[in-house]
Ligand binder design. Structure first.
Ligand code: PFF
Length: 458
């Protein structure tokens, strides 16, 4: 018998607002800051092809599974998985998968707000002309100077966090939905403007060749592992987000179609970010494979030298902040849903409490970036700072384990009556989805995980 549950929160108004909100959650620092540099480091075009395969065969099926669990369970990530386990008559202990996802998202948010705050600080640096006529050494000094001042990092990340808390506190429709309705179109417009400007004023031909001409000689097995890991990060999988957003999805919306649109939009944004960044990187003879510093260290050199660089640089960082913000609100939602449902708090109380704890946690990242000695830990004779440990643990250990368990849960434990009723797709798509959850995703994620933690080296 079908026993549909009700969410204690509001629902998305319609298919478009859900799709925008979930696209906003997916599009973030991962698309604009991370994708271009990992593409740069892994040979460009060939990497893009592998990445697309990961999105289509693992990312989209995984997203469908998470949204399905959320919509069926109509609760915070942990409770939704528990309800589905009960409905499928398997051990309630599977709920650990949901809690793990929510915890992973929360940990990621603790450093994500610091990087988002950093982007916000760079809006003002770009606007006040700090990059003008600076050479690489000057920009590097600016970068180091910024990180060395913990108070600055605290102000900027607190600004992002406060805005996040306010939006989430206002609820699904008046907070999340209303913000996203304006933020997403604005972000896309800014991205298109920056890509066009960069394309016309920079080296567009070299960029096209770099991004779309596959050079398989540069592709290693490690690049495949990176592509799979990134498809999880960028689609916001295994982090509680899609479970939480799915729980507010009206029953008549197609999970398959919206997942397809979200993944397509996320990929287009990542490619557009490449088109906005690489033409000016190439025309200024800078390196496309500059690693994580590509946006904060390489691009400002170009902004400082190109005509209209103040305006262009400012718009670019505004766009980055908006992209990050539509993800921070999604990352906070699971914890707020949990506090409202289990502690009977109001959304304002839940959001403020969750925000305060996060602020406290974010200090670990702030002080690591500024090089405080207490943030350096000695592990097996190597010195690591807390930020890199947090990032490594959340992105390389918790995300893949969460994804693996989730795939096994829906592939092997959830009854097909439930998944067919929720997914309502054609028999062929359903078969592909099931194959991915039963076999492809668990095997690929296991290989990714063993490679990432260094147990196997392919
Ligand atoms: N998908 C967003 C990004 O690419 O920046 C935000 C995000 C959510 C990142 C969840 C990582 C994550 F686990």
């Amino acid at each position: 018998m079908i026993n549909l549950k009700q969410s204690q929160h509001e629902y998305w108004s319609n298919s478009l607002t859900y799709t925008l909100a979930a696209t906003g959650a997916a599009v973030g620092l991962g698309n604009i800051w991370k994708f271009p540099y990992i593409m740069g480091e892994n040979g460009g075009g060939a990497f893009v092809l592998v990445y697309l395969a990961c999105v289509v065969f693992i990312g989209i099926p995984m997203m469908m599974s998470e949204v399905m669990i959320g919509r069926r369970g109509r609760s915070n990530p942990g409770t939704s998985v528990k309800r589905l386990a009960q409905e499928s008559k398997v051990s309630s202990r599977w709920q650990a998968v949901g809690w793990l996802g929510a915890l992973t998202g929360y940990l990621i948010l603790s450093f994500y707000i610091v990087i988002a705050g950093w982007a916000l600080a760079y809006v003002f640096k770009a606007l006040s002309g700090d990059f003008i006529s600076q050479d690489a050494a000057g920009i590097e000094a600016l970068f180091v100077e910024h990180l060395k001042r913990p108070m600055q990092l605290i102000y900027w990340s607190a600004a992002i966090l406060t805005a996040t808390v306010i939006v989430v506190a206002k609820g699904v429709q008046r907070g999340l939905e209303r913000t996203i309705k304006y933020a997403m179109p604005l972000m896309i417009i800014l991205l298109v403007i920056t890509a066009l400007y960069s394309g016309f004023s920079g080296d567009f031909v070299t960029t096209l060749e770099f991004m779309f001409k596959p050079d398989f000689s540069k592709l290693t097995i490690n690049s495949v592992v990176i592509a799979l890991g990134h498809s999880f990060f960028t689609l916001s999988l295994a982090s509680g987000i899609m479970l939480a957003y799915g729980s507010y999805m009206p029953q008549d919306i197609s999970i398959y179609k919206t997942s397809l649109y979200i993944a397509a939009a996320d990929t287009i944004v990542a490619l557009l970010a490449g088109l906005a960044i690489f033409p000016i990187v190439f025309s200024n003879n800078l390196a496309p494979s500059a690693g994580p510093g590509l946006i904060f260290q390489t691009l400002p050199i170009a902004f400082g030298q190109m005509p209209g660089g103040v305006l262009f640089g400012t718009l670019f960082f505004v766009m980055l902040v908006i992209a990050a913000f539509t993800s921070t609100i999604a990352l906070l939602e699971s914890s707020v849903a949990y506090l409202v449902e289990h502690w009977s708090l109001s959304r304002w109380q839940a959001s403020t409490l969750s925000g305060l704890v996060l602020w406290f946690m974010s200090l670990a990242t702030v002080f690591s970036l500024s090089g405080a000695p207490w943030t350096q830990l000695e592990i097996n004779g190597h010195s690591y700072h807390i930020f890199s440990i947090l990032d490594y643990t959340a992105s390389n250990i918790m995300l893949p384990i969460g994804g693996l368990l989730l795939a096994i849960f829906v592939g092997w434990r959830v009854t097909s009556a439930i998944s067919q009723a929720e997914l309502k797709c054609t028999p062929l798509i359903y078969r592909i989805w099931l194959m991915s959850m039963k076999w492809l995703a668990p095997i690929a994620i296991s290989i990714l995980f063993l490679q990432l933690i260094g147990v196997v080296s392919l």
